[in-house]
Design a protein around this ligand. Structure first.
Ligand code: NAD
Length: 299
Protein backbone atom coordinates (compact mmCIF):
# COMPACT_ATOMS: atom_id res chain seq x y z
CA UNK A 1 0.00 0.00 0.00
CA UNK A 2 1.04 3.61 -0.49
CA UNK A 3 2.97 5.51 2.18
CA UNK A 4 1.54 8.56 3.86
CA UNK A 5 1.75 12.04 2.43
CA UNK A 6 1.75 15.22 4.52
CA UNK A 7 -0.40 18.17 3.49
CA UNK A 8 -0.24 21.63 5.07
CA UNK A 9 -2.75 24.37 4.21
CA UNK A 10 -6.30 23.13 3.62
CA UNK A 11 -7.91 26.25 2.15
CA UNK A 12 -9.88 26.73 -1.06
CA UNK A 13 -7.21 24.85 -3.04
CA UNK A 14 -5.47 22.61 -0.47
CA UNK A 15 -8.71 20.97 0.64
CA UNK A 16 -9.74 19.56 -2.76
CA UNK A 17 -6.11 18.74 -3.62
CA UNK A 18 -5.66 16.67 -0.46
CA UNK A 19 -8.98 14.95 -1.18
CA UNK A 20 -7.66 13.81 -4.54
CA UNK A 21 -4.58 12.31 -2.87
CA UNK A 22 -6.91 10.29 -0.62
CA UNK A 23 -8.94 9.26 -3.67
CA UNK A 24 -5.74 7.89 -5.22
CA UNK A 25 -5.09 5.78 -2.14
CA UNK A 26 -2.53 7.92 -0.29
CA UNK A 27 -3.06 8.14 3.48
CA UNK A 28 -2.93 11.88 4.24
CA UNK A 29 -1.57 13.55 7.38
CA UNK A 30 -2.65 17.18 7.41
CA UNK A 31 -2.37 20.41 9.37
CA UNK A 32 -3.84 23.93 9.13
CA UNK A 33 -3.77 26.87 11.58
CA UNK A 34 -7.53 27.19 11.16
CA UNK A 35 -9.06 23.98 12.63
CA UNK A 36 -12.34 24.43 10.75
CA UNK A 37 -10.49 23.86 7.44
CA UNK A 38 -9.50 20.33 8.54
CA UNK A 39 -13.03 19.04 9.19
CA UNK A 40 -13.90 17.68 5.76
CA UNK A 41 -10.58 15.93 5.33
CA UNK A 42 -10.78 14.41 8.79
CA UNK A 43 -14.16 12.94 7.88
CA UNK A 44 -12.51 11.35 4.84
CA UNK A 45 -10.02 9.60 7.11
CA UNK A 46 -7.07 11.98 7.13
CA UNK A 47 -5.06 12.27 10.30
CA UNK A 48 -4.95 15.87 11.56
CA UNK A 49 -1.93 17.08 13.53
CA UNK A 50 -1.25 20.31 15.44
CA UNK A 51 1.60 21.71 13.42
CA UNK A 52 3.90 21.24 10.40
CA UNK A 53 6.80 19.86 12.51
CA UNK A 54 4.61 16.97 13.71
CA UNK A 55 3.57 16.25 10.11
CA UNK A 56 7.26 16.15 9.08
CA UNK A 57 7.96 13.76 11.92
CA UNK A 58 5.57 11.23 10.33
CA UNK A 59 5.58 11.77 6.57
CA UNK A 60 8.64 11.98 4.32
CA UNK A 61 6.71 13.55 1.44
CA UNK A 62 4.92 16.81 2.22
CA UNK A 63 2.91 19.22 0.11
CA UNK A 64 2.26 22.79 1.27
CA UNK A 65 -0.52 25.04 -0.09
CA UNK A 66 -0.39 28.36 1.77
CA UNK A 67 -1.43 31.95 0.98
CA UNK A 68 1.86 33.83 0.59
CA UNK A 69 5.63 34.03 1.16
CA UNK A 70 5.57 34.82 4.93
CA UNK A 71 3.29 31.81 5.60
CA UNK A 72 5.65 29.54 3.66
CA UNK A 73 8.69 30.85 5.58
CA UNK A 74 6.79 30.21 8.82
CA UNK A 75 5.62 26.71 7.90
CA UNK A 76 9.11 25.61 6.79
CA UNK A 77 11.48 27.48 9.13
CA UNK A 78 9.30 28.61 12.08
CA UNK A 79 9.45 27.27 15.64
CA UNK A 80 6.99 24.47 14.74
CA UNK A 81 8.09 24.36 11.12
CA UNK A 82 8.68 21.36 8.86
CA UNK A 83 12.47 21.71 8.96
CA UNK A 84 12.48 21.30 12.76
CA UNK A 85 11.62 17.60 12.49
CA UNK A 86 12.05 16.72 8.82
CA UNK A 87 13.54 13.30 8.02
CA UNK A 88 16.64 13.05 5.86
CA UNK A 89 15.79 12.44 2.21
CA UNK A 90 12.29 13.93 2.52
CA UNK A 91 10.65 15.48 -0.51
CA UNK A 92 9.02 18.87 0.23
CA UNK A 93 6.76 20.29 -2.46
CA UNK A 94 5.42 23.84 -2.14
CA UNK A 95 2.42 24.57 -4.35
CA UNK A 96 1.74 28.06 -2.96
CA UNK A 97 2.35 31.02 -5.26
CA UNK A 98 5.21 32.95 -3.66
CA UNK A 99 8.31 34.99 -4.49
CA UNK A 100 10.81 32.81 -6.43
CA UNK A 101 13.58 34.22 -4.18
CA UNK A 102 11.80 32.74 -1.14
CA UNK A 103 11.55 29.35 -2.90
CA UNK A 104 15.32 29.47 -3.37
CA UNK A 105 15.83 30.33 0.32
CA UNK A 106 13.60 27.42 1.39
CA UNK A 107 15.53 25.11 -0.93
CA UNK A 108 18.86 26.10 0.67
CA UNK A 109 17.39 25.68 4.18
CA UNK A 110 15.98 22.24 3.29
CA UNK A 111 19.26 21.10 1.77
CA UNK A 112 21.05 21.94 5.05
CA UNK A 113 18.94 19.33 6.87
CA UNK A 114 19.19 16.75 4.09
CA UNK A 115 15.77 17.32 2.46
CA UNK A 116 14.80 18.36 -1.06
CA UNK A 117 12.54 21.34 -1.74
CA UNK A 118 10.66 21.78 -5.02
CA UNK A 119 8.43 24.71 -6.01
CA UNK A 120 5.29 23.51 -7.79
CA UNK A 121 2.68 26.30 -8.01
CA UNK A 122 -0.58 25.53 -9.76
CA UNK A 123 -2.91 27.04 -12.28
CA UNK A 124 -6.56 26.14 -12.81
CA UNK A 125 -8.59 27.42 -9.89
CA UNK A 126 -10.88 25.63 -7.45
CA UNK A 127 -12.83 23.85 -10.21
CA UNK A 128 -9.65 22.24 -11.56
CA UNK A 129 -8.50 21.44 -8.02
CA UNK A 130 -11.76 19.55 -7.44
CA UNK A 131 -11.62 17.61 -10.69
CA UNK A 132 -7.88 16.87 -10.40
CA UNK A 133 -7.10 18.83 -13.55
CA UNK A 134 -4.63 21.43 -12.26
CA UNK A 135 -1.49 22.45 -14.13
CA UNK A 136 1.67 22.22 -12.00
CA UNK A 137 4.78 24.24 -12.86
CA UNK A 138 7.72 22.56 -11.18
CA UNK A 139 11.17 23.92 -10.28
CA UNK A 140 13.98 22.07 -8.49
CA UNK A 141 16.53 19.31 -9.06
CA UNK A 142 15.57 17.42 -12.23
CA UNK A 143 16.43 14.05 -10.67
CA UNK A 144 13.59 14.62 -8.16
CA UNK A 145 11.03 15.45 -10.83
CA UNK A 146 9.69 11.91 -11.30
CA UNK A 147 9.09 11.43 -7.57
CA UNK A 148 7.36 14.82 -7.50
CA UNK A 149 5.28 14.01 -10.55
CA UNK A 150 4.02 10.76 -9.01
CA UNK A 151 2.15 12.77 -6.36
CA UNK A 152 1.18 15.75 -8.47
CA UNK A 153 -0.49 13.67 -11.19
CA UNK A 154 -3.12 12.68 -8.56
CA UNK A 155 -4.16 16.33 -8.49
CA UNK A 156 -3.32 17.64 -11.93
CA UNK A 157 -3.69 16.95 -15.63
CA UNK A 158 -0.41 18.68 -16.53
CA UNK A 159 2.85 18.51 -14.58
CA UNK A 160 5.52 20.56 -16.33
CA UNK A 161 9.21 20.69 -15.41
CA UNK A 162 10.44 24.31 -15.68
CA UNK A 163 14.08 24.16 -14.45
CA UNK A 164 15.96 25.00 -11.25
CA UNK A 165 14.13 25.93 -8.04
CA UNK A 166 12.05 29.12 -8.43
CA UNK A 167 11.32 28.66 -12.13
CA UNK A 168 7.92 27.13 -11.38
CA UNK A 169 7.06 30.35 -9.55
CA UNK A 170 8.37 32.41 -12.45
CA UNK A 171 6.00 30.62 -14.85
CA UNK A 172 3.10 30.98 -12.43
CA UNK A 173 3.67 34.70 -11.85
CA UNK A 174 3.72 35.31 -15.61
CA UNK A 175 0.49 33.34 -16.04
CA UNK A 176 -1.31 35.25 -13.31
CA UNK A 177 -0.24 38.63 -14.61
CA UNK A 178 -1.85 37.71 -17.93
CA UNK A 179 -4.89 36.27 -16.11
CA UNK A 180 -5.44 39.54 -14.21
CA UNK A 181 -5.11 41.63 -17.36
CA UNK A 182 -7.51 39.28 -19.15
CA UNK A 183 -10.04 39.34 -16.31
CA UNK A 184 -10.09 43.13 -16.07
CA UNK A 185 -10.37 43.33 -19.86
CA UNK A 186 -13.23 40.84 -19.89
CA UNK A 187 -15.06 42.65 -17.07
CA UNK A 188 -14.82 46.09 -18.68
CA UNK A 189 -15.74 44.70 -22.10
CA UNK A 190 -18.81 42.87 -20.77
CA UNK A 191 -19.87 45.99 -18.88
CA UNK A 192 -19.53 48.18 -21.97
CA UNK A 193 -21.58 45.70 -24.01
CA UNK A 194 -24.29 45.60 -21.36
CA UNK A 195 -24.43 49.43 -21.33
CA UNK A 196 -24.78 49.31 -25.11
CA UNK A 197 -27.89 47.20 -24.66
CA UNK A 198 -26.50 43.71 -25.33
CA UNK A 199 -27.70 40.70 -23.37
CA UNK A 200 -24.69 39.53 -21.28
CA UNK A 201 -25.18 35.85 -22.15
CA UNK A 202 -25.36 36.64 -25.86
CA UNK A 203 -22.31 38.90 -25.67
CA UNK A 204 -20.31 36.18 -23.87
CA UNK A 205 -21.40 33.67 -26.51
CA UNK A 206 -20.22 35.96 -29.31
CA UNK A 207 -16.89 36.71 -27.60
CA UNK A 208 -16.35 33.00 -27.09
CA UNK A 209 -16.71 32.33 -30.82
CA UNK A 210 -14.57 35.36 -31.68
CA UNK A 211 -11.02 36.62 -31.23
CA UNK A 212 -11.73 38.20 -27.82
CA UNK A 213 -12.24 34.75 -26.28
CA UNK A 214 -10.14 33.95 -23.19
CA UNK A 215 -10.33 31.87 -20.00
CA UNK A 216 -12.06 34.72 -18.17
CA UNK A 217 -14.73 34.95 -20.88
CA UNK A 218 -15.40 31.25 -21.52
CA UNK A 219 -14.58 29.41 -18.28
CA UNK A 220 -14.84 31.97 -15.47
CA UNK A 221 -17.07 34.74 -16.74
CA UNK A 222 -17.22 37.63 -14.22
CA UNK A 223 -20.83 38.67 -14.99
CA UNK A 224 -23.53 37.18 -12.73
CA UNK A 225 -26.02 35.09 -14.70
CA UNK A 226 -23.74 34.27 -17.65
CA UNK A 227 -22.40 30.96 -16.31
CA UNK A 228 -23.24 28.49 -13.57
CA UNK A 229 -20.78 27.02 -11.08
CA UNK A 230 -18.41 30.01 -11.06
CA UNK A 231 -17.91 32.59 -8.27
CA UNK A 232 -19.85 35.27 -10.19
CA UNK A 233 -22.91 33.00 -9.88
CA UNK A 234 -22.45 32.88 -6.10
CA UNK A 235 -21.91 36.50 -5.05
CA UNK A 236 -18.16 36.09 -5.80
CA UNK A 237 -17.66 33.69 -2.88
CA UNK A 238 -14.94 31.02 -2.94
CA UNK A 239 -12.61 30.87 -5.92
CA UNK A 240 -9.42 32.93 -6.05
CA UNK A 241 -9.38 35.82 -3.60
CA UNK A 242 -8.73 39.40 -4.71
CA UNK A 243 -6.02 39.66 -2.01
CA UNK A 244 -4.22 36.68 -3.52
CA UNK A 245 -4.39 38.19 -7.01
CA UNK A 246 -3.04 41.50 -5.69
CA UNK A 247 -0.22 39.52 -4.06
CA UNK A 248 0.65 37.74 -7.33
CA UNK A 249 0.65 41.02 -9.26
CA UNK A 250 2.95 42.47 -6.59
CA UNK A 251 5.31 39.51 -7.15
CA UNK A 252 5.20 40.18 -10.89
CA UNK A 253 6.06 43.85 -10.26
CA UNK A 254 9.03 42.89 -8.04
CA UNK A 255 10.45 40.49 -10.61
CA UNK A 256 9.86 43.01 -13.42
CA UNK A 257 11.71 45.69 -11.44
CA UNK A 258 14.61 43.33 -10.69
CA UNK A 259 14.96 42.37 -14.35
CA UNK A 260 14.25 45.90 -15.72
CA UNK A 261 11.30 44.54 -17.71
CA UNK A 262 8.48 46.88 -18.84
CA UNK A 263 5.06 45.59 -17.70
CA UNK A 264 2.71 48.59 -18.01
CA UNK A 265 -0.55 46.61 -18.09
CA UNK A 266 0.62 44.32 -15.28
CA UNK A 267 1.35 47.44 -13.26
CA UNK A 268 -2.12 48.91 -13.87
CA UNK A 269 -3.74 45.57 -13.02
CA UNK A 270 -1.78 45.53 -9.75
CA UNK A 271 -3.08 48.99 -8.82
CA UNK A 272 -6.68 48.03 -9.68
CA UNK A 273 -6.54 44.90 -7.49
CA UNK A 274 -4.93 46.86 -4.65
CA UNK A 275 -7.70 49.46 -4.81
CA UNK A 276 -10.27 46.66 -4.70
CA UNK A 277 -8.64 45.23 -1.56
CA UNK A 278 -8.99 48.63 0.12
CA UNK A 279 -12.63 48.96 -0.87
CA UNK A 280 -14.19 45.82 0.53
CA UNK A 281 -13.40 43.28 -2.19
CA UNK A 282 -10.41 41.67 -0.41
CA UNK A 283 -12.03 38.33 0.34
CA UNK A 284 -14.20 38.13 -2.77
CA UNK A 285 -13.15 36.22 -5.87
CA UNK A 286 -10.96 38.26 -8.25
CA UNK A 287 -13.70 38.22 -10.94
CA UNK A 288 -15.54 40.74 -8.69
CA UNK A 289 -13.59 43.39 -10.63
CA UNK A 290 -16.77 43.44 -12.72
CA UNK A 291 -18.78 44.61 -9.69
CA UNK A 292 -16.01 47.08 -8.80
CA UNK A 293 -16.19 48.65 -12.26
CA UNK A 294 -19.96 48.92 -12.03
CA UNK A 295 -19.61 50.83 -8.76
CA UNK A 296 -16.96 53.07 -10.25
CA UNK A 297 -19.39 54.27 -12.89
CA UNK A 298 -21.79 55.31 -10.13
CA UNK A 299 -24.70 53.01 -10.87
P1 NAD B 1 -6.68 30.00 1.16
O1 NAD B 1 -6.43 31.26 1.89
O2 NAD B 1 -8.07 29.57 0.84
O3 NAD B 1 -5.99 28.76 1.95
C1 NAD B 1 -4.76 28.84 2.61
C2 NAD B 1 -4.81 27.95 3.85
O4 NAD B 1 -3.53 27.98 4.51
C3 NAD B 1 -5.85 28.40 4.89
O5 NAD B 1 -6.68 27.30 5.23
C4 NAD B 1 -5.01 28.86 6.06
O6 NAD B 1 -5.65 28.64 7.33
C5 NAD B 1 -3.76 28.01 5.90
N1 NAD B 1 -2.58 28.56 6.57
C6 NAD B 1 -2.12 29.83 6.56
N2 NAD B 1 -1.00 29.93 7.29
C7 NAD B 1 -0.75 28.71 7.79
C8 NAD B 1 0.26 28.18 8.64
N3 NAD B 1 1.24 28.96 9.13
N4 NAD B 1 0.21 26.86 8.97
C9 NAD B 1 -0.78 26.08 8.48
N5 NAD B 1 -1.76 26.52 7.68
C10 NAD B 1 -1.75 27.83 7.34
O7 NAD B 1 -5.80 30.10 -0.18
P2 NAD B 1 -6.00 29.24 -1.53
O8 NAD B 1 -6.99 29.90 -2.39
O9 NAD B 1 -6.15 27.80 -1.17
O10 NAD B 1 -4.56 29.49 -2.21
C11 NAD B 1 -3.36 28.88 -1.74
C12 NAD B 1 -2.23 29.26 -2.69
O11 NAD B 1 -2.52 28.81 -4.01
C13 NAD B 1 -1.99 30.78 -2.79
O12 NAD B 1 -0.61 31.03 -2.88
C14 NAD B 1 -2.70 31.14 -4.07
O13 NAD B 1 -2.13 32.29 -4.67
C15 NAD B 1 -2.50 29.89 -4.91
N6 NAD B 1 -3.53 29.63 -5.94
C16 NAD B 1 -4.86 29.77 -5.67
C17 NAD B 1 -5.79 29.51 -6.66
C18 NAD B 1 -7.27 29.68 -6.42
O14 NAD B 1 -8.03 29.67 -7.42
N7 NAD B 1 -7.73 29.83 -5.19
C19 NAD B 1 -5.38 29.08 -7.93
C20 NAD B 1 -4.03 28.91 -8.16
C21 NAD B 1 -3.10 29.18 -7.15
Amino acid sequence: SKTQVGFIGLGNMGNPMAKNLIKHGYPVIASDVFPESCKELQELGAQILDNPADVADKADRIITMLPSSPNVVDVYTGANGILKKVKKGSLLIDSSTIDPAVSKEMSVAAEKVGAVFMDAPVSGGVGAANSGKLTFMVGGPEEEFNATKELLTCMGANVVYCGQVGTGQAAKICNNMLLAIGMIGTAETMNLGIRLGLDPKLLAKILNMSSGRCWSSDTYNPVPGVMEGVPSANNYQGGFGTTLMAKDLGLAQNTATNTKTPVPLGSLAHQIYRMMCARGYASKDFSSVFQFLREEEGQ
